[in-house]
Design a protein around this ligand. Sequence first.
Ligand code: CA
Length: 522
Amino acid sequence: MRHISLWGMTVLALTCLPTHLFATETKPNQPPNILFIFSDDLAYQAISAYGDSRQLLQTPHIDRVAKEGIRFDRCLVTNSICGPCRATILTGKYSHKNGFYNNSNSRFDSTQTTFPKLLQANGYSTAIIGKWHLMTNPTGFDHWDILPGQGRYYNPPMISNGKNVQREGYVTDIITDLSIDWLKNRDKSKPFLLMAQHKAPHREWSPALRHLGFNGDKPFAEPSTLFDLYKDRAQAVVNHDMGIDRTFTKLDAKLVPPPGINSVQLEEWNKYYLPRNNEFESANLSGQELVRWRYQRYMHDYLGCVKAVDESVGRLLQTLEDEGLADNTLVVVTSDQGFYLGEHGWFDKRWIFEESVRTPMVARWAGVIPPGQTNGQLVSLLDMAQTFLGAAGVAAPTDMQGANMLPLMKGESVADWRKSLYYRYYEYPSPHRVKPHYGVVTDRYKLVHYEGKDGGEWELLDRQVDPLEVKSFHQDPAYESTMAELKAEIRRLQEVVDDKTPPPAKAYGNDKLEWEPFGQLK
Ligand code: CA
């Protein structure tokens, strides 16, 4: 049997046999602790370990996890927005199976089987601290302390084991402090699962006061597609509402202060923003110059938020060392999806395209994951539940839809690892007017079908010849056989993941759809 409950065996052995027999029990038989450091909307382009050509930011602590373990270069998501990705992580299932489709009207069915529940039932002490965003209260956790909804950057209200509490300070620091406090005061008789889940760097990207001006006003490099005109693209792409040019608000631009900030904090905030905002107002920018100004402001604020997340990773790693936990703890740092840092003129996520379908993931487990590895296989947040259960030696339910990444983490070659991943996005039209779409991602291609009343539209992207993804090849005769193969692959994957019936209209977050929902290829 592949899944053996090592923890269960240890408990059984300790109760049935003389204790002296276990004096020399070796470490591999002890279930590992699991520290899951999770970020919201964290782009791999913002992490120095990923080596983005713009060199936007140094993230020494996240890089350290990669250096001491493994960096996954193609960790993909299955529905690129906050709530659905979280539901997928917990259940190991696609949105159409766990019922959480969108951020607009979905509510997590908390009676479902999740990996934290299974770990808890197998002797783990479990905690979730930070952003939850699944509308119903957490289940399967001995301790929970969460932000309601999206949460606030400054002085956030939180819900601690069901009780409303008002917290003072900067949200990333608060989540880190609460996580460290829980680690130090945990039930030391048990292994633990701690999910430390940051709100940052989610929109509106409000950095900690100490990080304002961290770049010394040095300009950030622009992406080459900042002024993408989408001329060889589907109408669905042209019609987006997530552009730095057309969708950026005063709050996004910090022309107004963030919600919840107090008068003392505001004084400090004004010292940085006011003179720069006054200069901006008097310059009266328009067109490309306005987009360029907004991009610089966006990068300052977004990357400032990431700096605090990186510091949080450093403090949590230090706490593991202080507590003597560094060796037998599996540490995973990842995000709920990727994010556009100006590519195609965008912020936000949602699309099947690279910057949003791909999320950063690094992992460390001393003695189990060899250091300094990189891995380019198609892994997914869908795999998280089975990976954690596998690490703990707990059998994963057979209806989970991912796979255990541990063999890859150990550097083993897995001959039958997936070569393609099915993707499906629902939420429409608001916010951001991204047309519902489904498709397949391979190492080279993406074939995507946008739903619509006219039967929809196709796009075929070829990262090998078009790494920036600015052109669709679906009508190019040279790609005819590729189109046919990938359409067949979508059909095959829809069978595999059992996405064969049209989703309910509410899946789109809007009961008045302009088309008949369908899940089948036409
Ligand atoms: Ca998110």
